[in-house]
Design a protein around this ligand. Structure first.
Ligand code: NAI
Length: 331
């Protein structure tokens, strides 16, 4: 099937080419999908999109007008696609539901450890021949209470790892997980109680209208002083300005973020020759207790292989008009 893949990056190209093995006619573009670039897909029957692509109403209408019938997402999240519009236009949307929950859970742990043990600061000091330990004191993870919001695929893996560290885990989800309760002594509670009791809070719910700004000034208000907040899910879960206020007062002691509300057009690209226009992220970058990675939690060899193979499988299913099980529809 002729497919235009938007937002393809150097890091994923070899995986896509290998998984495709010449089967589908893939046009790999570096450009993000926007209203202006949609026309580049002309001649294809499908597009393949990444998290930063814009598949809003107007863009879908433009794609549909040039004959695009299928959308293969190279991501698990689909909050960037107007599913209602896609359904209305009879466009099929498929995603990669699980490519490696381990990749994201392990990156979450990397952020927790690096923030706690001040690894970036320590590394920079040593490179500067400064071997002083002052200001580098961390805390034992053992015995700390970690609040995990969302105990789906990623949340579950994270809980298993945290259990190994000797952490107490409390969780918030729409459904309580029996295995997590029995095997890992997880206590399920409501969002507010989780916020008030946890030393570390990690977000693993999807971004929906209910979860947007699930971390806001009110929730931060009930948190323990010096709480560590980690977001490797979606930027919109956090009211970033409220977190900045929390960081300024010391209420938020650490903030690790792999995703950002306004990451579209910023993350994944080299902007080192430009003047940063986003004052919110600019402020975040000034805190020594904030660690930012640019949406790289998924970036492992295993995950990239699985993303590429499932995307090609989804294109096979579009072409053969078979049901992949990976299709996403509005409920
Ligand atoms: P999942 O669907 O397996 O789990 C999500 C969990 O959230 C489910 O248990 C669900 O019941 C719960 N949930 C949904 N709405 C809720 C609500 N309103 N209140 C409480 N709980 C709610 O998803 P998975 O695979 O664990 O991924 C989680 C998120 O991680 C994705 O939605 C995506 O946004 C993000 N992600 C980030 C990546 C990165 O590279 N940073 C890569 C992959 C996923």
């Amino acid at each position: 099937m002729k497919t235009t893949a938007f937002s393809t990056h150097k890091f994923e190209e070899p995986y896509l080419v290998k998984a495709n093995n010449g089967k589908h006619h893939l046009k790999l573009l570096e450009s993000r999908l926007t209203e202006e670039t949609a026309i580049l897909a002309k001649g294809s029957k499908a597009v393949s999109l990444f998290t930063g692509d814009n598949a809003s109403t107007k863009v879908l209408e433009k794609l549909n007008a040039i004959g695009i019938q299928n959308i293969a997402l190279r991501s698990a999240g689909f909050n960037h696609v107007d599913l209602a519009k896609a359904g209305e236009l009879n466009m099929k949307v498929a995603r990669v539901p699980a490519y490696s929950p381990y990749a994201i859970a392990e990156h979450t742990i990397a952020l927790i450890l690096a923030l706690n043990r001040k690894l970036v600061r320590a590394h920079n000091r040593v490179r500067d021949m400064n071997f002083s330990l002052n200001g580098l004191t961390g805390f034992d993870l053992n015995g700390k209470t970690v609040g995990v919001m969302g105990t789906g695929k990623i949340g579950k893996v994270l809980i298993k790892i945290l259990h190994g560290f000797g952490c107490k885990v409390i969780a918030y989800d729409l459904e309580e997980d029996k295995e997590l309760k029995e095997k890992y002594c997880v206590r399920f509670t409501d969002c507010r109680t989780l916020c008030s009791e946890a030393d570390i809070i990690s977000l693993h719910v999807p971004l929906t209208s209910e979860t947007r700004h699930i971390i806001n000034a009110e929730q931060i208000g009930v948190m323990k002083k010096g709480v560590m907040l980690i977001n490797t899910s979606r930027g919109g879960l956090v009211d970033t300005k409220a977190v900045i206020d929390g960081l300024k007062t010391g209420k938020v002691g650490y903030f690790g973020m792999d995703v950002y509300e306004e990451e579209e057009g910023l993350f994944f690209e080299d902007h080192s020759d430009e003047i940063l226009q986003d004052d919110v992220i600019a402020r975040l970058m000034t805190f020594p207790n904030v660690l930012i990675t640019s949406h790289q939690a998924f970036l492992t060899d295993t995950a990239l292989t699985n993303i590429a193979e499932t995307t090609v499988y989804n294109l096979d299913c579009f072409e053969n008009e078979t049901v992949s099980g990976n299709e996403v529809k509005i409920n």
